[in-house]
Design a protein around this ligand. Sequence first.
Ligand code: FMN
Length: 310
Amino acid sequence: MSINLEVNVGGLVMKNPVTVGSGTFAYGQEYNSYFDVSRLGAVTTKSLSLKPRAGNKPPRLVETPAGMLNAIGLQNVGIEAYLRDKAPWLREHNCTIIGNIYGYSPEEYAELARRLEAEGAADAIEANLSCPNVHDARTARGCTLVAQDPEQVQRYTEAIRAATKLPLFIKLSPNVIDIAESALAAEAAGADGLSLINTLLGIGINPETRRPILSNIVGGLSGPAIRPVAVKLVWDAARAVKIPIIGMGGICNANDALQFILAGATAVAVGCYTFRKPDAAMDVVNGMEDYCRRHGVEKITDLIGAMEMQ
Ligand SMILES: Cc1cc2nc3c(=O)[nH]c(=O)nc-3n(C[C@H](O)[C@H](O)[C@H](O)COP(=O)(O)O)c2cc1C
């Protein structure tokens, strides 16, 4: 029986529903010695900004009982170096590219999207409106993420939409009361899809020193601990909007990934589990195919939102 794993995420055709979480897979090339990264449905880049960023001071990453807390602070090479040094390799290796972008204003996001499209350096744009650790927690009290304010989500999405014809995905935050509000705002402003979830806000403190473990104090929690939260938010969002969803949060294997698809996601991303097993995303592709074979499912799209509720 031949299995069709192809999905169409808001105009982006992926040969299978599996990509990687932005920031956990660098720019793709770095992982090609572990497996042929072009076999993924898409490679999602680290968030790209207009200027290179060094990120936060260390310590900026700590292991937690079922995942990790990070405050990398969007370290990245910047759009120019990406276009010059990274995108050509991805293109030569026939990778489908989701270019993840981060800016400080709607205009910066728009400019980044425009550059990626003009240079043919992405097949879709994922706008990170939900990075929890780019503000100094000592001074940024009460500072909200764009994704926490539906009006801002709408304003930013409209600006990026006007700048590009590429499929546009808005990456949302779990740190909200009602995910449907930000999801609907992105949809109304012309997004072609949603990516969720970004990390959950967290703090670790060392009692011996009485100091925060991360130099930024606040970090983003990822990994298996957040998976049930992520599946629930994908389920909530999928019932609120018509546009497709890329689900992520604690995916380690195909069973984890299938939970997201059954909850309503069209595609999935493997995030920090790649740090433990660099080819985890490929395991998910193979495991999905195996699941479909065992269950007589001919097309993976038949499983989208197919959770049975008795
Ligand atoms: C070390 C690290 C760096 C990350 N950097 C980014 C980033 O630059 N842009 C972004 O949109 N998300 C970033 N994320 C969030 C992930 O893409 C993903 O949404 C989140 O970690 C949940 O998935 P996971 O539990 O499988 O890791 C980062 C996550 C981690 C662990």
